[in-house]
Write a protein that binds this ligand. Structure first.
Ligand SMILES: Nc1ncnc2c1ncn2[C@@H]1O[C@H](COP(=O)(O)OP(=O)(O)OP(=O)(O)O)[C@@H](O)[C@H]1O
Ligand SMILES: [Mg+2]
Ligand SMILES: [Zn+2]
Length: 712
């Protein structure tokens, strides 16, 4: 075993180098400048921690955050490597002791913040010691094109001025080609070696979803399908962090909030609780987690749109650093983009504003895109990869129902064109909807032929269409987000190209005001039914779940049946049950209908019965079977099933009709056993994940699977 390998095993405890680690170590040992871009959790620390053990002298590490330095030092000390930091967070005595040790050559590592390098005294100290090389961690902070530009990092060009013969090793997880070049240039690296790993994290499953109201229900659903895992939830505000943590605690999860508004004692406690696994979930503003080395974080949730894709990539990078499967889930809404924009607009620096807005725009595009998420992120960092196929929602969503929006797209593009491609989306939508906005009259746009031709769609629907057109690059955004047609846009306008959108995106998203502390209406109503069930359970001396299972109870709470017939329609309510408990529940339904009348009317309406559902309904009336309909309409069976469910919810077909339609559907016995066995192991989602994985890995070896199945 060579020395490097031995150190790797004996000191750091790893059997193998990960990609690029050995190459970077060698470059440093050969005293050459190096710029390394490895994904979060890729193992950058080891790249610079190992070589110093093979050299004499001290390594000077420049790192942007005290918390980061502390973690690193703790870890090094644990390996019996002498490391310390000089920082404003320590008292003078401590710093003096460290300086002493440094000057006496007792330290292998000295960690400092970039500010320290602007002090000539400190440069003087460095000149008196033997430095083997400099390390710049989180080097993207050097670049104004990066996402966390730190002015003090600019000082780092002093290193090469004062120490021209000492080599510099720079590291980051996030750098576009532009940022990469900027880093090399700003640090005045000399003919540096560049190492750049693929950006893809192939143990992360990525899901993005439009947020419904405050997203709490979606988070809960996520946690229910990812039981017992630990993770971080990122929120936009401190208040939201607090209220979400509270909400989760009430739901029985062990969660704590973490944000900059807390005292350092509390913050430390939360951090420790998380690291030592006393709690599962930290709900935090971005103040939490940079450089955190808890390697088994299994999920990262964002409750709103991150600032940039770099931020996002770093934040999701905190999940699954141990390489095990982990899950990231992002909830977004158009309103987040607006909020963030307002924040950016407050900045004074025009250049900064432009860059920030552009980055925000890209972040939002990412959310609404239908393309492979891993691929988009990689492309953002100038890295080209294949579609992930099974690790993101867009790749695994299977068959999607598409809606032809070519006509609407033409209207939209025409409005852009006729207003001389000099306006933003809101104005274009105002034209289409025939708005009486003063800006419209100022521009004489009420005289355009397209004025008011789009009144049939809501503002929201038009912005979904606009988003789609931007997403497919039929529209480009110029300065001040002015919309311009691309050649594809022109083609669509001329009717040479069709545009389709996932039908579900055209469904209205209901935005309810955020009321974090309150139970949602559904929950509130459900609680009342639970209370009634409990009461009956006590007086009848039967377990609550025997009276009605949760599923039936939920159905009653949502449908609020007012008659015996309607009540019997609920799954799990038969004559006998109705005989015993029916009246009590009917009475509560009536009572709730009355008390909550107003609120219930505001309740999100059922998904609209658009044409596609009605087409299915027509075929049902012709007594066509589900399979026939799937064939005729060229849809998947599951899509037709979802149509039938919605038709049922709208009362277009009865429960009996629905059941009759489902009757002939069979799942082959082998598959059924297989699924049931699988479900015993975990959730449907997990099963789905492994199915895709299976397909990916062994898809062609169908025989094997069949043989295995026969054993059941
Ligand atoms: N060769 C290796 N084999 C196994 N595990 C490793 C190896 N190298 C590093 N690790 C582990 O990988 C994890 C992440 O390493 P590290 O903190 O260096 O990541 P990083 O690249 O600096 O990420 P970030 O960009 O988030 O700072 C650590 O838990 C570390 O122990
Ligand atoms: Mg690191
Ligand atoms: Zn994908």
């Amino acid at each position: 075993m060579n020395t490097k390998q031995k150190l790797l095993k004996d000191i750091f405890g790893h059997d193998h180098f990960r990609s690029f680690q050995e190459e970077v170590v060698d470059t440093i040992l050969n005293k050459k400048d190096v710029l390394t871009i490895l994904p979060t959790g890729g193992g950058k620390s080891l790249c610079y921690q190992l070589p110093t053990l093979l050299m004499s002298g001290t390594t000077v590490v420049i790192s942007p955050l005290i918390a980061l330095m502390q973690d690193q030092i703790k870890a090094l000390k644990d390996l019996n490597i002498r490391a310390a930091m000089i920082s404003s967070s320590q008292d003078n005595n401590e710093n003096a002791r460290t300086l002493q040790a440094l000057l006496q050559g007792e330290l292998k590592f000295i960690y400092v913040s970039p500010e320290r390098l602007s002090s000539n005294d400190f440069i003087g100290v460095l000149h008196r010691i033997e430095i083997n090389y400099f390390v710049i961690d989180e080097a993207h902070c050097v670049s104004a094109w990066g996402h966390e530009f730190r002015a003090e990092y600019r000082n780092l060009n002093r290193l090469k001025q004062f120490f021209p013969t000492t080599c510099v090793a720079a590291f980051t997880a996030t750098a576009t080609k532009k940022v990469e070049a900027d880093i090399a240039q700003s640090l005045q690296l000399e003919n540096p070696k560049h190492f750049r790993a693929k950006t893809q994290r192939d143990n992360l499953e990525i899901v993005c979803e439009a947020r419904v109201t405050n997203g709490k229900t979606q988070i809960l659903k996520f946690l229910q399908t990812h039981k017992g895992l630990c993770g971080i939830i990122y929120t936009f505000t401190r208040k939201e962090a607090e209220s979400t943590a509270l909400f989760l605690c009430e739901k029985g999860y062990s969660a704590k909030a973490y944000h900059a508004g807390l005292s350092s004692d509390v913050k430390n406690e939360v951090y420790e609780d998380f690291v030592y696994e006393k709690i599962d979930i930290v709900v935090a503003t971005i103040a939490f987690g940079m450089g955190i080395d808890k390697s088994n974080i299994r999920f990262v949730i964002h409750t709103s749109l991150p600032k940039t894709l770099e931020n996002y990539y770093q934040e999701i990078g905190r999940a699954g650093r141990d390489g095990e499967m982990s899950y990231v889930y992002l909830l977004y809404s158009k309103s987040d983009e607006i909020k963030r924009k307002i924040q950016i607009d407050e900045a004074l620096d025009v250049q900064y504003k432009q860059t920030a807005l552009q980055k925000l725009e890209q972040m939002y595009r990412y959310c609404i895109s239908g393309n492979c998420r891993h691929k988009i992120i990689a492309a953002y960092f100038d890295d080209e990869i294949e579609e992930c196929k099974h690790l993101c929602d867009n790749c695994t969503q299977g068959e999607v129902e598409l809606q032809d929006i070519s006509t609407q797209a033409q209207k939209y593009l025409s409005a852009v064109y006729r207003s001389h491609q000099s306006y933003g989306g809101n104005h274009v939508i105002d034209i289409l909807r025939g708005s009486k906005n003063q800006k419209i009259f100022d521009a004489n746009h009420e005289t355009l032929s397209v004025y008011g031709v789009g009144a049939e769609l809501s503002k929201n629907e038009w912005s979904v269409i606009a988003d789609k057109l931007i997403d497919i690059e039929a529209i480009h955004l110029g300065e001040f987000r002015v919309q311009k047609l691309s050649s594809l846009g022109l083609d669509i306008l001329k009717g040479n190209q069709k545009v389709f959108i996932e039908a579900k995106r055209m469904q209205p998203v209901v935005n309810v005001e955020e009321k974090p502390e309150e139970l949602s209406l559904d929950d509130e109503i459900f609680e009342q039914f639970k209370a009634l069930r409990k009461e009956i359970a006590l007086s009848h001396e039967v377990p609550a779940y025997v009276i009605f299972g949760d599923k039936s109870l939920k159905e009653i709470a949502t449908k609020l049946p007012l008659t015996k017939e309607a009540m019997l329609d609920v799954n799990g309510v038969g004559e006998v049950k109705f005989e015993k408990y029916g009246d009590a529940f009917l009475a509560l339904c009536h009572e709730i209908k009355e008390t909550y009348q107003d609120k219930l009317e505001e309740k999100p309406p059922l998904r609209k019965l658009t044409k596609t559902y009605l087409d299915t309904h027509e075929l049902l009336k012709e007594a066509k079977s589900i399979e026939d309909i799937a064939l005729i309409r060229d849809l998947g069976t599951t899509t037709v099933l979802s149509h039938i469910q919605l038709l049922f919810e709208h009362g277009k077909i009865t429960q009996a009709q629905k059941e009759k339609l489902l009757e002939p559907l069979h799942i082959p016995l082998g598959i059924k056993h297989y699924i049931e066995q699988g479900l015993q192991l975990g959730t449907l989602k997990e099963l789905h994940h492994y199915l895709s994985l299976y397909e990916h890995l062994y898809g062609t070896k169908k025989e094997e699977m069949n043989n295995e199945l026969r054993e059941y």
